[in-house]
Structures are given as C-alpha cells and as structure tokens.
Design a protein around this ligand. Sequence first.
Ligand code: T4K
Length: 403
Amino acid sequence: MKSTLEELAVFGGPVAFERPLHVGAPNIGSRRHLFQRLNIMLDARWLTNDGPYVQQFEQAIRQQIGIKHCIGTCNATVALEILVRAAGLSGEVIVPAFTFVATAHALRWVGLTPVFADIHPSSHTLDPAAVEAAITPRTSGIMAVHLWGRPCDVDGLEAVAARHDLVLAFDAAQAVGSSYRGKPIGQRGLAEVLSFHATKIVNSFEGGAIVTNDDELAERVRRMRCFGFSDYDTVTALGINGKMTEAAAAMGLTSLESLSTFVDANKSRHELYGRLLSGTPGLTLLPYDERERCNYQYVVVEIDEPSVGLSRDELQRVLFAENILARRYFYPGCHRVEPYASEPPTGGWRLPVTDRIAGRVLCLPTGTAASLAAIRQICGLIRLTLARAHDVRRRLQAREVAL
Ligand code: T4K
C-alpha cells in the first residue's frame, strides 16, 4: 500500500495496476450455460428475428419485473427511439441533463426537442418542481431517468404528468434489479426502457427492452422493432430494425441467472468502499436506500473541492496514472454537449444543481471484475491523495508548468 506522495504514479512512482481497472468491466456469468445455449442456437440455425431465446429472455424479464409486456431490442437507445415514436410524442420532452447522453440523443434523433430540467442534489434525478417549471404548450411528455440504479421520484413525477396531461416514461437503463417502493422498477408510467449493455448488471453484450402494461403500445412497439411488419409479409406502419439477436438473448438469459450473485458482489464492494472511505474529509459516497432492492451498480463519490482543496478532476488524474480508470459520469451534462450546447433556450440553460453535481462526481470500479483487494488499494490511494491534497495540487501544478 502506498504511503508517500513520491510513490504515486503521477509523481513517478510505480503504477498500482498493471492492467487498466475499468468502471464498467462486464459481469460474465456461467460460460458453460452460455456456450450450451450458443451451440443449441447454431444447431437450430435460428440467429435472430424474434427467435426462441429472445422470447425466453422477454418472458424472464416479464416475470422478474411483474409486467405484461417486454419487447427486447438491439440496445436501449433504439428502444427509447421506438418508444417515443410509438407513444406518439411530439414537440418537447422534458429530460434531465444529468444522464448518459443517449437519453437526450434518442429524442433528438427522432425529431423531438429535449428540454432539460434540473435534478435534486441528493438523488441526482429529476426534481418534479423543476420539471413543472419547464412545461410549455409544446411539451408532450417527460422522460425521467433512474440514475445509478436508484429510482427517481416516480410519485412526484406522476403527479406533475397527471396535472398537465403529459405522457410519463422512464429510462431505466441503469436500474435492472432495483425497486421503487418495494416493487421492481419497470412497472410505472406508460413504459420503461431497460439496457442490457455489456457494462450493465444484466448484459446481453448489447441489448435493451421496452416494458409496459399497455397492450396497444406493446403491439405498436413490436411492429416498429421489425420494420413495421404485422405478420409474415404485411407492413402496416413505419418501422426500423431494432431486433435483439439470439446470441444476445442467450447471453441475457445467462446473465439474468446470475443477477443475485452480481448484486451481492456489487453490494459487498459498495460496503467496502463505504467502510474504507468513511470519514474522509470532503468525500461523500452516494448511499443506496437499504429499504429498497438495489443493484448497487455504480460506486459514486462526490468530491467537495472547497473543503478538500483538490478537485474531482485532479483526483481523477492521480487515479488514472495508477491505471484506475475512474469516470466523470455524466460530465458536463447533456446541455453542455452538442448539439444542445449550441441551441440553448432564450436566457440559456439554467441547471445549477446539474452543473454543481457534474463537477463533483466520480465513479469508481466495481462489479465482479474489481477484486476486494483492488478496492482496498483504490481506497488507500484516495485517502493518501486527499489527506495530502494541498501538496498533491502543488505538485500537479508544478508538473504542468514543467511540461
Ligand atoms: N440511458 C441511460 C441512462 C444509460 O446509462 C444508457 C447507457 C443508455 C440510455 C443507452 O443504453 P444502450 O444503448 O448502451 O443500451 C457506457 C455504456 O456504453 C452505456 O451503455 C451506459 N449507458 C453508460 C453509462 O456507460 P461509456 O461511454 O462509459 O463507454 P464504454 O461502454 O465504452 O465503457 C464503459 C466502461 O466499461 C469503461 O470503463 C470500459 C469498460 N468496458 C466496456 C466494455 C464495452 C469493459 O471493460 N468491457 C467492455 O466490454 O458508456
């Protein structure tokens, strides 16, 4: 364990990790089950187009969430695009800017205008009061996000949507395996969108799904996912190719079998970070609500620069030098990336909480690929860096001048 600044890689010491330690290294699950499924798939020569594994995966997700319909897709971004079209949204849709850019891009890609509303400082998710203030006569819906696998204020947003007769849907890309008020996330609003990207708690390499209790919406989504075909050779609507492959579904099923193992791994890592970082001045680890089921998918810390004397970006530089690829999710916020940055509303985007949080948050490695020993090392490096924050800053600045 390093104990002096000279030992830090950023100042010329040895690199702590030989290979990069990623935030989102995938959980794998049973290779045997995966290869069995892939062999069956190859023998059957059925590789895509709503095959048996896609149907099994959709059924498994339906059961897991307790929902009527699940339509698997090639990824969550396309699922969002299909959903907003199938829901008939038009004009403006209110979204958080503090989310992965796919939430906003999916809307924009289909010609909608994302309108960014601010978030609550402790939940990092949409603030219903800010949403209400952002409503205009052009608003048709709200796309809320369950960030970090933690639910947003579903009840509060439902009340706003009901008052203004707006469609409410959820981007639940990060929230598979988590609950809201004791019930699995995925049951609320008109529909919710899940992601099974490689970095997610359940992964199908790439993949997504739309889950809903609405029969008509589900039917429209199914057609849109497959070019608008209503049967073997009849096209009844505009559609796209948003299908999930059989190999993806085989991986999804295999991954889903191990969901509780993955959650336990994440939980033990989150607890370890909590124990080892507790009492570190200027650092807060975002908690999960122990009354809910949580997937503990992200280990999120906030760095308070004024009290610690070091910025989040400076800490990230120290960690990167050690091959710890901690991420500044979701800096700088969608409103500050293109095309949205160049198209601000009159008076500019006013999202003070988003701006503040986007400057403080750092996500640390977790999941089955990050060993507990690695996490002990990461915490030791963070504690050392923050305890000597002023010296670290001085040395980093001196290095910049020297370069
Ligand atoms: N809405 C929300 C709220 C989302 O968070 C996302 C996706 C979406 C919508 C869209 O879902 P999809 O269309 O992707 O299904 C990652 C993921 O690519 C992205 O899916 C995820 N959110 C986002 C939060 O994180 P990046 O920009 O961090 O890059 P990526 O995927 O290259 O790398 C993530 C980390 O994982 C790195 O530390 C490298 C590591 N990694 C990645 C892959 C793919 C591995 O170790 N192995 C791998 O195979 O976006």
